[in-house]
Design a protein around this ligand. Structure first.
Ligand code: IMP
Length: 500
């Protein structure tokens, strides 16, 4: 239950028809007997999908493909692979995240004994695999050997066939029909092997175990990584609003994806309800987060229609011009509070999407009722975000970050047009802009700092868990002078690059 102070606070605002956003509020400090390192960031993205930290990367073409999603899951959050890819490319991106670390790899990438070493290395690089161990098969699909990084290291001629470099079947350990990770652990430990191909009674490869993953899972030492029951990283994927397209995509990805995000600028349109129904009836076991909305009634209706999570935000995004172009919108803190309140009885979480500018906004979003926070601009410009590093002409390294409703995104793909309500080839009203953001290095560093900000905010507000931050914390409204006071002021801040 969200704290009664917040109820009174927002009721008062409602009486005066005032909507608030992040800069308008602060979470009030309160006593707590713990420090930032002790807080628990466990949360939820959807009804059944847990997070070890409440951060989500946006389903945008300059923010989330597999590299970003891998990094987010390693930080305890989740990444949403954007939908402006062909169905096949999107599936491959999702698959790449799922296969990044694995317990049982149920359909391992195998190579043929007659492939050249060069072919295999090229295939590995083209598909962006972060691993170099492959079971080797013959024409009949039977296991004939294993090739690993160590074997590639000692190759003299890359045009040689894999069969010349691999360890043949008689020198490796494999197991028949072993699917339990406990059995795999025991076999690998006993034989001191790093890799264990699993075959069926016809010697066809049906699985693969890698020691460092098996050990991590058995010793329960996945640390901050956000993993599924098999020890693989969690991953989300966005789908478009057309029901049959959405169902086809989910079908193609269902083997690898953990949660679907049904994504539209108007998450309460009749198409969305239809598509939600279509996905849930075909795949009742997969959680579907639906958005974006900002009105309480829309959130409630989506919950009643079977949504497993609600994504809130219409117009707060850094690259968004929806409010300017159309005049609609509810400032984000008010929108998050109203929607979180509206779905409280359905026991599904709200994700606050867009408008996070300062790290402290994450603390504020959760205090307002969100269980996770989706970010675009803060994560864009990192190494893991898709796109090249470019020079802006003033000697700065930058990357492009653009709204999915920008003219450029519309020109590049029809998924963006569909998100903004396009029918067939018609060009919708642009509701976003194209921008550049500074190159920021690895998102692991950037997002770790965001999480440090959240931990510290929780320490200051005396809330030891995300649930407490939602339920116990209290908000206070900033005055215009308070907004100025809330940032460094009345000094000239020295940037790191300045020599003084
Ligand atoms: P940011 O974190 O403030 O940059 O906001 C990112 C969010 O903005 C995304 O997750 C989307 O919900 C939203 N968004 C993405 N593209 C557009 C657009 O072109 N117009 C409006 N909102 C957008």
């Amino acid at each position: 239950m969200i704290h009664s102070q917040k109820e009174a606070f927002f009721e008062k605002m409602d009486q005066e028809f005032i909507g608030l956003t992040y800069a308008d509020v602060q979470v009030e400090p309160a006593r707590g007997e713990f420090d930032a390192r002790e807080v628990d960031l466990t949360s939820r993205f959807s009804r059944n999908i847990e997070l070890k930290s409440p951060i989500v990367s946006a389903a945008m073409d300059k923010v989330t493909t597999s590299d970003m999603a891998i990094a987010m899951a390693k930080l305890g959050g989740i990444g949403v692979i954007h939908a402006s890819l062909s169905a096949e490319d999107q599936r491959n991106e999702v698959r790449r995240v799922k296969k990044h670390l694995n317990g049982l790899i149920s359909d391992p990438v195998c190579v043929h004994q007659d492939d050249s070493i060069e072919q295999v290395l090229n295939m590995r690089d083209d598909r962006g695999y972060g691993f170099s161990s492959f079971p080797v098969i013959d024409n009949a699909g039977k296991l004939v050997g294993l090739i690993a990084q160590n074997d590639f290291d000692f190759v003299e001629d890359n045009s040689d066939s894999i069969s010349t470099a691999m360890k043949p079947a008689e020198e490796i350990v494999s197991a028949i029909n072993v699917t339990s990770i406990q059995d795999a652990y025991a076999i690998m430990r006993k034989n001191k092997v790093q890799k264990l191909p699993i075959v069926n009674s016809d010697n066809e490869v049906i699985g693969f175990y890698v020691w460092k993953d098996v050990e991590r899972i058995i010793t329960q030492n996945s640390g901050l990584y956000n993993v599924d029951a098999y020890g693989s990283l969690l991953v989300a994927a966005a789908v478009r609003t057309d029901p049959s397209e959405a169902v086809e995509r989910v079908d193609a990805m269902q083997k690898y994806v953990d949660v679907i995000v049904l994504d539209s600028a108007r998450g309460d349109s009749k198409h969305i309800f239809k598509t939600l129904g279509a996905i849930k009836s075909s795949f009742p076991e997969i959680d579907v987060v639906v958005g974006n909305v900002s009105a309480a009634d829309s959130a409630k209706d989506l919950a009643a229609a079977g949504a497993d999570g609600i994504k809130v935000g219409q117009g707060p995004g850094s690259i968004c011009s929806t409010r300017q172009e159309t005049g609609i919108g509810i400032p984000q803190v008010t929108a998050v509070y109203r929607c979180a309140r509206a779905v409280e009885n359905h026991n599904i979480p709200v994700c606050a999407d867009g408008g996070i500018v300062d790290k402290g906004d994450v603390t504020k979003a959760i205090s307002a009722g969100a269980e996770s926070v989706m970010m675009g601009s803060l994560l864009a410009g990192t190494k893991e975000a898709p796109g090249k590093i470019i020079e802006d002409g003033k000697g700065n390294r930058v990357k492009i970050y653009r709204g999915m409703g920008s003219l450029k995104a519309f020109q590049d793909n029809d998924a963006s047009r569909e998100r903004y309500g396009a029918v067939s080839d018609h060009m919708p009203l642009p509701e976003g802009v194209e921008s550049v953001v500074p190159y920021k290095g690895s998102v692991l560093d950037v997002a770790s700092m965001i999480l440090k900000g959240l931990r510290k905010g929780m320490e200051y507000s005396g809330c030891v868990s995300i649930q407490e931050l939602r339920e116990k914390s209290t908000l206070i409204r900033n005055t215009p002078a308070g907004i100025i006071e809330a940032k460094p002021h009345d000094v000239r801040v020295i940037t790191l690059s300045e020599q003084i």
